[in-house]
Structure formats: C-alpha cells, structure tokens
Design a protein around this ligand. Structure first.
Ligand SMILES: NC(=O)c1ccc[n+]([C@@H]2O[C@H](COP(=O)([O-])OP(=O)(O)OC[C@H]3O[C@@H](n4cnc5c(N)ncnc54)[C@H](O)[C@@H]3O)[C@@H](O)[C@H]2O)c1
Ligand SMILES: [Zn+2]
Length: 410
C-alpha cells in the first residue's frame, strides 16, 4: 500500500510492491506429437504462435513442427535461427524484435516458443523480457545443458563486446517444457558438456545423484538419456531448482552451484575456441576435489572415487593451460564477483560442502602438482595442447561473419 510521509518541507511517497514469480518446469515426452497439447499452454483458443527454433534442430524437425501447429489449427510463424555463441548478440536480438513487430504479437495470449540450446533460449527469453516490456515465453530446451540448467532458471542474456552474457535480465519463463527426446540427435560432446554440470551438482550437494552417476551414468550417456538415466535427469533438474528457488536473484552470494565455477571462467576464456562451459566446469571440479583432499577436508578414498567416476564417464579432468597464476587470477576475479570474499564451495564429503575464504597461492601451487599426477593416472586428457583442441570435432565458436543477419524467415 502506498504511504507518504513528510520530510521537512519535502514529502516522500514510498512505493512497496512485490512481484510473485510463478512458473512450471514440465517434463513431457513426444512434445511435437499432435496428441501432446503441452506446447500450446498459455494461449487462448486457437491463438497464433511465434516459434523460434535452432536451425540444427529445425533441419530434422521441420515437418513435425509444421504438422503439429496445423493439426491444432494454430497459425505459426516458425523462424529457424543460427544459434551459435557469436550470434548470441544484439544483432539477433533486434532481428527477432523486428520479426515480432511484423507478426503483431498479442501481448498476453500468444506466448513465444523458443526451441533450442542455451544460446537460443537465452536470447529469445531476453527479447521476450524486453518486447513490450515483457511478453510470455515458453522454453523448450534441446540440449542437456538446456534441460538441466539454461532453460529452467530465470536468467536471460546476450553477449556484448567481449563480455559473455554481459547484458540480460532476470525474467522467469511462462514455462519450461522438457522433452529428453531431443537429446537423441545431440552430439556426444554436448551430452558430456551437460554431464559436467550434473557431476558438479552431485559432488557438491547430492550423494544420491552421485551414486546414480556411478552406477548408471555410463549407460545413460551412451544412450543419450533416451531410455536410461531418467532418475539422473530428475535428480539434476530437481537439485538445480532447489538451489535456484530460494535465491532466484542471487542475493545470497554463497551458492553451492558455484562449485566448479571458481577457476573455470578464466580457463574458459583462456581456451575460448577449445573448451565448452561444461568441460571447463568438470576440470574445475576435478581440481577442487584434489584441493579439498590436500586440505584434509575429504579422504583420499573419496577423492579417488570422485575422480574415477568422472574419468569413467568421459569427463575431462585436467587442462594443460591451467597454471597457479591463472587460477589465482580466476580466484581474485570471482572474489570481486562474490563481493570481496572467495565464497568458494568445496566438498567435505560427496554431496556435502562448506565455503572457503582462505585459499592461498601456495595451496594452488601444491594442489596443482598433485592434480596433474592424479589426472595423468587416469588416462590421457582430451585437452593435450592448443593444436590438439583445435583439431577436435564440433568447433564451438565459429568466427562471426561480416553479415550480422542471423535469422531467416521460414
Ligand atoms: N540462462 C542460464 O541460466 C544459463 C545456464 C547455463 C548456460 N547458459 C548459456 O547456454 C549457452 C550454452 O548452451 P548449450 O550448451 O545448450 O549450447 P548451444 O545452445 O550452443 O547448443 C550446442 C550445439 O548443439 C546444437 N543443438 C542444439 N540442440 C540440438 C539437438 N537436439 N540435436 C543436435 N544438435 C543440437 C546447436 O545448434 C549448437 O550447435 C551459453 O551461451 C551459456 O551462457 C545459460
Ligand atoms: Zn555452469
């Protein structure tokens, strides 16, 4: 309720309002089957839909998508876009805004539908959060990273100049619709990229999830989570949401989900063309496991168990560009980001953690020596040299082309 009070000769009106955040994360299967109405939630009658889809997904799903909306008598504007990291930009943002104008989107009853990986859902969600100061958006993730992380929280963003996710907003989706069927076509490297984040959650906050990864992780990965690994996915999604819900705007800077995210950002930037985010996170997790063990926070048996499981699942444990100086730089940068304290979540057991604020340079030096030995014991790392990384499949960041046009009408 508005109150006002006198302040000397002046007056202050105190506006105090709260905004509820309500959205559903819904698991479904065969989301593009005409018999599944989930994709049409939030609409009124046979309202229209503006659908933005990752062009790689579109290539194999175009007919199904068109048939879906035709079956339901919904006029759909389906827009395939190139959703790569260099295209996660204001150019794509503006081209989508123009398409929305041309479509004359109704403000409340025609939720935008975003179908793709984290790049696509981040940009489309950001446009939706700004267009007419906010229109509903339904996210349909098609990567493992999207299913367990990018599509289920409230962060949206584009990259700006050299800053990753530099400009964005906190805006909940109308809903996130999860169909693991999309993972059937996802390259194995991107499956493992998502597993890096799942492993992070398991090691730091969920011993049961870790046991599932130990027992069923390999089979689930080989199967791209199609018939196996359902409980792993549910554990990861539920765990991520349990962490997010009480801290949606990241007001509490002590976040368990920051495990694997203390040293990885600098490594990711250092090997910007070679490393995926989830790979850098896995490497950081492995280092952090060794650091905890060196401090006596976990036993050698626990450290071995964690590293053996990561290696067996095919996660990277080590990167040759990591140096104590680089990790110190990362730690200092994160300390600023976390408002002056390291607030580094570190394991005290599988699934249990405490925050550290006193990691020293000397400790980075000594842990790094042990880390390298432990990683080498477990086989060759996929990241042996820059030359090697640039030869691997699925280049992540194709150079931006001169033309900024990123969407084309279907
Ligand atoms: N908003 C958040 O909270 C949040 C959280 C994590 C990551 N992110 C963001 O997500 C982005 C990374 O997302 P990502 O890992 O999903 O990668 P991505 O969106 O770049 O997709 C990876 C690749 O897979 C392709 N692809 C997507 N779905 C496919 C499918 N089903 N079959 C075959 N190919 C498919 C894409 O075209 C792309 O080439 C980063 O920009 C990151 O900043 C955001
Ligand atoms: Zn992450």
């Amino acid at each position: 309720m508005l109150t006002s009070r006198a302040n000397g000769n002046n007056r202050t009106w105190e506006v105090r309002a709260t905004r509820a955040v309500n959205y559903d994360v819904r698991e479904t299967s065969d989301v593009l089957s005409p018999h599944n109405p989930t994709l049409l939630i939030g609409g009124r009658g046979t309202s229209r839909r503006f659908v933005v889809v990752d062009e790689v997904v579109y290539a194999s799903r175009e007919e199904q998508l068109r048939a879906y909306f035709e079956h339901h008598g919904v006029e759909a504007r389906i827009l395939p876009v190139t959703a790569t990291e260099p295209n996660k930009s204001f150019e794509l943002f503006f081209s989508l805004a123009r398409e929305l104008d041309a479509f004359r989107l109704n403000r409340r009853t025609e939720p935008i539908i975003a179908i793709g990986g984290g790049v696509l859902t981040d940009v489309v969600s950001y446009v939706a959060s700004c267009y007419r100061r906010g229109v509903p958006c339904i996210r349909v993730p098609t990567t493992l990273m999207g299913l367990i992380d990018a599509a289920i929280g409230i962060k949206t963003a584009v990259n700006f100049d050299h800053g990753k996710n530099r400009i964005g907003s906190f805006e909940p989706p109308f809903a996130a619709i999860l169909d693991r069927g999309f993972l059937a076509t996802l390259p194995m490297r991107h499956i493992l990229n998502g597993v890096g984040e799942i492993m992070k959650l398991a090691l730091i906050r969920d011993a049961q999830l870790f046991e599932l990864l130990e027992k069923e992780g390999k089979a689930a990965i080989d199967d791209r989570f199609q018939t196996q690994g359902r409980e792993i996915l549910r554990g990861a999604i539920g765990g991520m949401l349990e962490e997010l819900e009480p801290n949606l705007w990241e007001e509490n800077l002590e976040r368990a989900t920051d495990f694997g995210h203390t040293f990885s950002p600098v490594l990711e930037m250092k090997d910007v063309d070679g490393l995926l985010h989830g790979e850098a996170v896995a490497i950081d997790c492995a280092f952090s496991v060794v650091l905890s063990q060196q401090r006596g926070m976990i036993t050698k048996a626990t450290s071995d168990r964690a590293l053996d499981t990561m290696a067996r699942l095919g996660l990277p444990l080590y990167h040759p560009m990591a140096t104590p100086d680089l990790f110190l730089e990362g730690l200092e940068e994160r300390t600023a980001h976390r408002d002056g304290y390291q607030r580094a979540p570190m394991m005290v057991d599988i699934g249990k953690y405490q925050f550290l604020n006193d990691i020293t340079y000397e400790e980075l030096v000594s842990s790094m020596r042990v880390w390298e030995e432990e990683a080498k014991k477990r086989g060759p790392t996929p990241f042996t040299s820059r030359a090697e990384t640039s030869r691997r499949c699925c280049p992540r960041r194709p150079r931006p082309t001169a033309t900024a046009a990123t969407s084309r009408a279907a």
